[in-house]
Ligand binder design. Structure first.
Ligand code: NAD
Ligand code: UDP
Length: 343
């Protein structure tokens, strides 16, 4: 299939492009590089031998987007583009509503105008709100967003559900990701956050290569097996393969489908640090700090539906995730290492 990959230069999008190419699909990337780097294209080409077509464009530019759609005649869209920093969304809610929801409205309009009725959307476990139980199942209700970023995911999901109600021939797959980590085994692609990382794995990576001195563990008094927060970490390549698998209900015109993409296993912060140390034969320096506002004790997926319906299952374990994360960071201590001005 010829697939429009919005946000395809980003962390998850770039890994998905590689797996799409390996599975004989043709990704065409649209990205404004607001949180990514043009070097990613070279890396995709080195890994796959194929350089995807790339349009540098802010999706808010409806006319230009429309022209691309008219020219390319896409079969489907995978919609990764969006801002994703929870903390920033609390400080700049309008930026998040305007960007994430705004571009999704425009994308849908352009898709409709050009007769493209197939979309896979990057949603998140955050749509469940504060979990009342784990594991989380797709039939659990959408909860109350705990921050503006989460609110945008809920609103976009609802907008897409509504689109399917209005036109049942619109095929939509909502993929609710848990905690993506890891990197391509080549060490050529990985997560490259600007500034101080908010998430656990990129922070550990930067401690490992000496860019940060010490990890602060946010609380060790949660009701979990060791007191630290438990999450469902999933290797980004497994996640990428989840998107390839999600093309099945699209191709079979199954209408609206929703899947959790996680491993179904909970790992605590201390478990992760221990796995990282073991996988890479190093010792991550850490200290215990206070809880982070808004954090929950435990969050992990029931991923049985994706297994049963898509034939997809996460294959990488936590040690492999830590190995590949470090391999990427070790080979690229400063990430893609191109200044924003060079983009
Ligand atoms: P990322 O920031 O690496 O990738 C997103 C890409 O979208 C970036 O390349 C950015 O430049 C681009 N983009 C943003 N706004 C744009 C716009 N207006 N026009 C064009 N391009 C634009 O993030 P990621 O980790 O790869 O996440 C991809 C998607 O998955 C996001 O929608 C994110 O919310 C969602 N998600 C991520 C996680 C996670 O932990 N990484 C978890 C759940 C869901
Ligand atoms: N965490 C931590 N120190 C950090 C970053 C995160 O202890 O510097 C903890 C956090 O409290 C949570 C887990 O690691 O229990 C995963 O956090 P992350 O932000 O990666 O994912 P999320 O909380 O959004 O699921």
């Amino acid at each position: 299939m010829k697939i429009c990959v919005t946000g395809g230069m980003g962390y998850i999008g770039s890994h998905t492009c590689v797996e799409l190419i390996k599975n004989n699909h043709v990704p065409v990337i649209i990205d404004n590089l607001s949180n990514s780097n043009k070097e990613v294209l070279n890396r995709i080409e080195t890994i796959t031998g194929y350089r995807p077509k790339f349009y540098k464009l802010d999706l808010i530019k409806e006319e230009r987007l429309d022209k691309i759609f008219k020219k390319e005649k896409f079969d489907a869209v995978i919609h990764f583009a969006g801002l994703k920093a929870v903390g920033e969304s609390v400080k700049k809610p309008k930026l998040y509503y305007g960007n994430n929801i705004g571009i999704s409205v425009i994308l849908l309009k352009v898709m409709r105008r050009n007769g493209v009725k197939n979309i896979i959307f990057s949603s998140s476990a955050t749509v469940y709100g504060v979990p009342t139980h784990v594991p989380l199942v797709e039939t659990d209700p959408i909860g109350e967003a705990t921050n503006p970023y989460g609110q945008t995911k809920i609103e976009i999901e609802k907008m897409l559900m509504r689109e399917h109600e209005i036109d049942p021939s619109f095929n939509i797959v909502l993929l609710r990701y848990f905690n993506p980590v890891g990197a391509h085994e080549s060490g050529l692609m990985g997560e490259d956050p600007w500034g101080i990382p908010n998430n656990l794995m990129p922070y550990i990576n930067q401690v490992a290569v000496g860019r940060r001195e010490c990890l602060t563990i946010f609380g060790n008094d949660y009701p979990t097996h060791d007191g630290t927060g438990v999450r469902d970490y999933i290797h980004v390549v497994d996640l990428a393969l989840g998107h390839v698998a999600a093309l099945k209900p699209i191709q079979e015109k199954q209408g609206l489908k929703i899947y959790n993409l996680g491993t179904g296993k909970g790992t605590s912060v201390l478990d992760l640090v221990k796995a990282y140390d073991e996988a890479n034969n190093i010792q991550i320096k850490y200290q215990i700090g206070p809880r982070r506002a808004g954090d929950v004790a435990e969050n992990y997926a029931d991923a049985t539906l994706a297994k049963n319906e898509l034939g997809w299952e996460a294959k990488f374990n936590i040690v492999e995730m830590c190995r590949d994360s470090y391999n990427w960071q070790k080979k690229n201590p400063n990430g893609y290492n191109v200044e924003p001005s060079e983009k």
